[in-house]
Design a protein around this ligand. Sequence first.
Ligand code: MOS
Length: 739
Amino acid sequence: MKFDSPAGQNPIDQLKVVGRPTDRIDGKYKTTGTAPYAYERHDVAPNQAYGYVVGAAIAKGRVAAIDQEAARRAPGVVAIVTTLDTPRLERGMMNAAFLFGGAEIQHYHQAVAVVVAESFEQARAASHLLKIDYVAETGKFDLEAEAPGADPVPGDSGEGSGGPPENRIGDFEAAFTAAPVKLDERYTTSDESHAMMEPHASIAAWEGDRLTLWTSNQMIAWGKRSVAKIFGLKPENVRLDSPYVGGGFGGKLFIRADAVLAALASKASGRPVKVALTRALIANNTTHRPATIQRIRIGATPDGRITAIGHESTSGNLADGKPETAVSQTQLLYAGANRLTSMRLAHLDLPEGNAMRAPGEAPGMLALEVAMDEMAEKLGIDPIAFRIINDTQEDPETPGRRFSQRQLVECLRLGAERFGWARRNPRPAQTLDGRWLVGMGVAAGFRNNLLTKSAARVRLDREGRVTVETDMTDIGTGSYTIIAQTAAEMMGVPLDKVHVRLGDSDFPASAGSGGQWGGNNSTAGVYAACMKLREAVATRLGINSADAVFSDGQVRSGNRSQSLAEAAAGGDLMAEDFIEYGDLAKRFQQSTFAGHFVEVGVDRFTGETRVRRMLAVCAAGRILNPKAARSQVIGAMTMGVGSALTEKLEVDTRRGFFVNHDLAGYEVPAHADIPHQDVIFLDEVDPMSSPMKAKGVAELGICGVGAAVANAMHNATGVRLRDYPLTLDKLIDRLPDVA
Ligand code: MOS
């Protein structure tokens, strides 16, 4: 099905099942420990052995020799594969670092060997007996030091944001110079780690030259193509299966070392082999969100109209890596005739930077939305009013090109009312609650909505049950549930008559999970397949599909009613289709918007910051399942608190690695850090996005929220911090006097 004109009335609009706050249909499996994650799939292949990955102990250079003798003699050892006995393997899609093979080391903890044994403990013990000689070279590990020599580069986050090295509209410099009120500030964001609960894990088994990987991956079709490329296999000889994923956050968009080394180890040992990356390997062996140095310049008239807006970002990466696309949202978020955005990339020998939790917008909004707060303060205008003055209903770079829906102003207004913004003292450092300096902050939320092809297969059986199969993944997001809701709505059956099977590359290729595109696109693919199934049902029942009504397990046409099950009495009915898109996303800018509100308390003696209340008001098209969407946004808001206050990979700039490579040293917010969180969804449908009229919603919850924390801290203390994370050491010397 091609979606190339705005959606009209369709069966989804009934909203009998879609749009309802529905519990997750996979919830009971997760809470009872019966949802099998990759490493626990003991039943899929007999006689599994355990692989233990060894990471390089240098950041740059080469492996001179690996002495395997002692390790080979260790108890239980089945096989050892080293990078020196393996030619350098091709890379998977959209990755910069080589995962394995050859002597060259590109980054710390790059895999150099896998030891296979009868048990995990034996494999780990034997790995310590490998004697590895390295020849280390000097590398570049310090973004601040390399930034001045960084080259202008185009960028693409792989998740929709990106652009040329430099983008100019009007005459930015002249307009900025002439502006009566100006801001020119520098902001920095940290290297961050995905820190998902389930580590990267795979079980591999070969049958001849056919490879099966039971793995944990967000993008099955990408993964299948990547595995075929890495091992020189025909794609039809590769199968990936990933029905449950314990978080990905961008870290599992790609095939990584666990899958590659499980496959090599399985080949070498002639047995199925399972490999999980240990927690300590995840930070340096896999990808991470790269740090940024951002400069923002805003010029405005005294009444608050932006006349010039400039956003420049520098990040670092390996030679073939991409920049962090932190400036993209600045092309779309606010009006202003004169505009500049640019990206620069410094060559670093740190582990690969790549997509993490809303790449581009998440770190970009950390800077832009603090700059907007600072500018509002300079102008003496309320920060919500300042954003409203500069709202635009069209793409500010392309006059006449409208947003499909843009309710940023409504989000900010409703949020202000619900959060009690009127109670905020615009003068900082005025509100005390015991030892706490209390402040409120606001930021806009913004993330694009992406349209991408997605396929599904649906089957109706003689009991009137509907089975949906698609390679879509559920990474903790609720895909199983919204897909079941979609099929139930389309076929007129209750939710418990729908069976959803996901994550297997033998199923039709879906949009996958990334860039907040999964929900809208994967359900639109199911919609397309169900439209075909409805036709097949109508044909089988001898009625016209156009006037057939599918409801309560019945199909009605005129005054005739037959049960849906009857249509399959003579054998299952099957339909497969995909959604693909015309040029609506070109004709209309499709984005999602939020107002993020945060109240913090800052300890006036120690500088410790505690978030006290949070509210996100979101405008993101039709919300397919308000309960699942709310959970998504709450998770994203929590990650936003992490990026504002605690999350930072500390770089050892002498030896070139991330030091705090575990969940003790890399601090993600815990329950005790997170207070009351509210989410409100505006009543919105977007007929430009898909027949579902839904848009992405999850990552919207992280984009802007960290800036709202920073702005609340400024309101609480009068101290403006621009260097994330905003830890107490940056605050304590600058707090108002306590005596
Ligand atoms: Mo992407 S960071 O997997 O949504």
